[in-house]
Design a protein around this ligand. Structure first.
Ligand code: BGC
Length: 397
């Protein structure tokens, strides 16, 4: 398998999952409110240690790093922007560029300022204006950035919005770690239509602002469940998939790229999405081991967006066994390469995640190419990092 010379090879993180002490964010608040959730705390101190993290990725052979800007730090109070926080993210961009890592910058990755949530969050009347105000400020530091993701997994965010509303109203039972499936929550709940449309509106507003000021490619990144029909259930699949994915993929028509984020695949039967059957092969997040999901996700995304160029912005596996990570990723890349051979325009592959990090209420799942000692914050690159770097340097597997 060979990949184009211009292919982006990288790894991804999100601010809340690595930075630490994101005190002003809605997620920090939820971590205090919901008894079952572990806290992000210092996370992996990525806020201070990003130069080392980027250096490890670059030295391994990767040419791209996806990371995010944290709205709660940039705009700690409505309309009050922190110059120091903006300068911090500019330094991150400069550090990446100096290491010859292309920065792929995410503007919103699940977390927002606490004040935004308290004022009604995404469904508030002024939500789009608020988000647009933040995006305008951030655009000012994005010179030289060629790839911008407006909102990460809006379809998953829509689920989180419903959960956090319930938690803040005192119904903490409704909140479980959203990215982990198990006995108590065997399938991802269905996101609502209204919130989906609102997020699409926010994405389009952000896209316009960024494109007006810088020449970056702009898109959003959508969680793909690689849903497949059981015999005779094609219509049910289409129905179920609309609210979960297709609404968001259709909103990407006209974008410069679409981010594909894929971890597993699930069948749909006459009752809807079928829970992952329990198996010793399931990953630490309860997902079926399905490296073929990436190929399915990419093909469906291509079709549903009407041929928007694809950047794989997340793909990976929660496992304590790094050799399984390498096996999973090789297989996923095989599916990706076959999709490319069939004419699908894929611009790059970014692995989730650069580091073992805070998995939205749990520290147990480890997705990283780099392990972190959570007492000392020492980084320990895993064999999968040098393996992926080798694939990247040679453009072949
Ligand atoms: C998210 C990440 C998350 C990953 C693994 C995606 O839902 O964008 O923040 O850590 O999947 O669950």
């Amino acid at each position: 398998m060979t990949f184009p010379a211009t292919f982006l090879w990288g790894a991804a993180t999100a601010p809340h999952q690595v930075e630490g002490n994101n005190l002003n964010s809605d997620w920090w608040l939820s971590e205090q409110l919901v008894p079952g959730l572990e806290r992000s705390g210092d996370a992996v101190d990525g806020y201070h240690r990003y130069p080392e993290d980027m250096r490890l990725l670059a030295e391994a052979g990767l040419n791209t790093y996806r990371f995010g800007v944290e709205w709660a730090r940039v705009e700690p109070d409505p309309g009050h922007f922190s110059r120091a926080s903006l300068a911090h993210y500019r330094r991150m961009i400069d550090t990446a560029l100096a290491l010859e890592l292309k920065p792929v910058v995410t503007l919103h990755h699940f977390t927002g300022p606490r004040w935004f949530a308290e004022r009604g969050g995404w469904m508030a009347d002024d939500a789009i204006d608020r988000f647009a105000g933040y995006v305008r400020e951030v655009t000012g530091i994005l010179d030289g950035v060629e790839w911008v993701c407006t909102i990460n997994e809006p379809n998953m965010l829509a689920v989180m919005v419903a959960m956090s509303r319930a938690a803040q109203a005192g119904d903490v039972e409704k909140w479980t770690t959203p990215t982990i499936e198990g006995e108590t929550r065997p399938v991802l709940p269905e996101p609502g239509l209204e919130i989906g449309r609102r997020l699409a509106e926010a994405h389009h507003a952000a896209r316009e602002i960024v494109k007006k000021h810088i020449g970056a490619a702009v898109g959003w990144t959508v969680a793909n469940q690689a849903l497949t029909p059981t015999p005779g259930n094609e219509a049910k699949l289409r129905e179920v998939r609309y609210l979960r994915e297709d609404l968001y993929l259709e909103a990407a028509r006209g974008d410069d790229f679409i981010g594909v984020q894929s971890y597993t695949s699930q069948p749909v039967d006459e009752n809807g999405v079928v829970p992952h059957p329990p198996s010793p092969d399931n990953t630490q997040t309860g997902f079926a081991y399905r490296p073929d999901a990436l190929g399915i996700a990419v093909r469906h995304t291509w079709e549903a967006t009407g041929g928007v160029p694809i950047l794989v912005t997340e793909n990976g596996i929660a496992t304590a066994d790094d050799s399984r990570r390498i096996a999973y990723t090789s297989e996923a890349l095989r599916g990706l390469s076959q999709a490319m051979d069939d004419g699908i325009d894929v611009r790059g592959y970014l692995h989730w995640s650069a580091l073992d990090n805070f998995e939205w209420g749990s520290w147990e799942p480890t997705f990283g190419l780099i392990a972190v000692d959570r007492e000392t914050f020492e980084r320990h690159p895993k064999p999968s990092l040098s393996w992926l770097g080798h694939v990247a340097r040679h453009g072949r597997l």
